[in-house]
Design a protein around this ligand. Structure first.
Ligand code: NAD
Ligand code: ZN
Length: 242
């Protein structure tokens, strides 16, 4: 952690690349930890089956029940990892946060430059007329008996603006990710298994030689890192605070 402290001290264009592990300390389960969503059985479906475009279109009711129960946490609060990143940005040392998360916690903490690779549950739109809905408006339209949120304008259903399995990332988001990673002098990947593609491959847009990985378990990118810290990200980032 002292090594990380020194690296942060010497860097002014830090990019943080995060995933679900960044939010577990806020009480939001990830996918691949022992108590993550991959190991919870939901009517015999695996999360990547449910969280797919095909499932949304063919098994819409169960899709909405699942995301409301397992992926939407309107009351979750940012943790020390989110807070340290806000501080780094305010100190002018952090260029951007690139996150695979859809929980909006970086913005809730106060971070300004956040690239959401997989979208956000806070943005929703009608699949027919495109009308925008906030998360609050969506939740107000869902009940236990009728879990599918319906558009007031056209009667079709409202979906979250998140990238499901079988859907593509937005080109503008990829371009911005590439731009900030090419400019970065230090890349910290944290709380991510680095196994979800294409997101994980974006690490290679970084041209520097200072990749740091903070993750409780090993990742396929460990050999490329100058430093790997297998500890809780809240503790680690909090330790590096100036
Ligand atoms: P993942 O579940 O594949 O991996 C999370 C990693 O974080 C694991 O390797 C785990 O060991 C590690 N981890 C967990 N808690 C940690 C902590 N406190 N400190 C350090 N490491 C910790 O998650 P992923 O790589 O982000 O990929 C999963 C996909 O699921 C993403 O695309 C993401 O969009 C989505 N997802 C998002 C959320 C969210 O928005 N909070 C939650 C679940 C899944
Ligand atoms: Zn509509």
């Amino acid at each position: 952690m002292d090594k990380l402290y020194d690296l942060i001290k010497r860097s002014n264009k830090i990019v943080f690349f995060g995933g679900a592990g960044t939010s577990t300390e806020s009480g939001i389960p990830d996918f691949r930890s022992a108590d993550g969503l991959y190991f919870s059985d939901y009517e015999h479906y695996r999360p990547e089956e449910i969280l797919s475009h095909e499932f949304l279109m063919t098994n819409t009711k169960m899709f909405f029940k699942y995301i409301t129960e397992h992926l939407i946490y309107p009351d979750a609060l940012p943790n020390r990892a989110h807070e340290t990143l806000v501080q780094l940005e305010q100190d002018g040392k952090l260029l951007a946060i690139i996150t695979q998360n859809i929980d909006g916690l970086h913005q809730k903490a106060g971070s300004k430059k956040v690239i959401e690779l997989h979208g956000s549950v806070y943005h929703n739109y009608c699949i027919n007329c495109g009308q925008f809905y906030s998360l609050e408006e969506v939740l107000a339209r869902e009940t236990e008996d009728k879990p599918i949120p319906i558009c007031d304008k056209c009667g079709s259903f409202i979906r979250p603006d998140v990238v499901l399995y079988g859907e593509s990332l937005k080109n503008s988001v990829i371009a911005e990710t590439k731009r900030v990673l090419e400019e970065a002098d230090l890349l910290i990947a944290g709380g991510t298994s680095l196994t979800v593609y294409p997101a994980a491959a974006f690490i290679h847009f970084y041209r520097g030689d200072k990749l740091v990985i903070i993750n409780k378990t090993d990742t396929p990118f460990n050999d490329e890192a100058v430093l790997v810290i297998n500890k809780a990200i809240g503790d680690v980032l909090d330790y590096t605070k100036f």
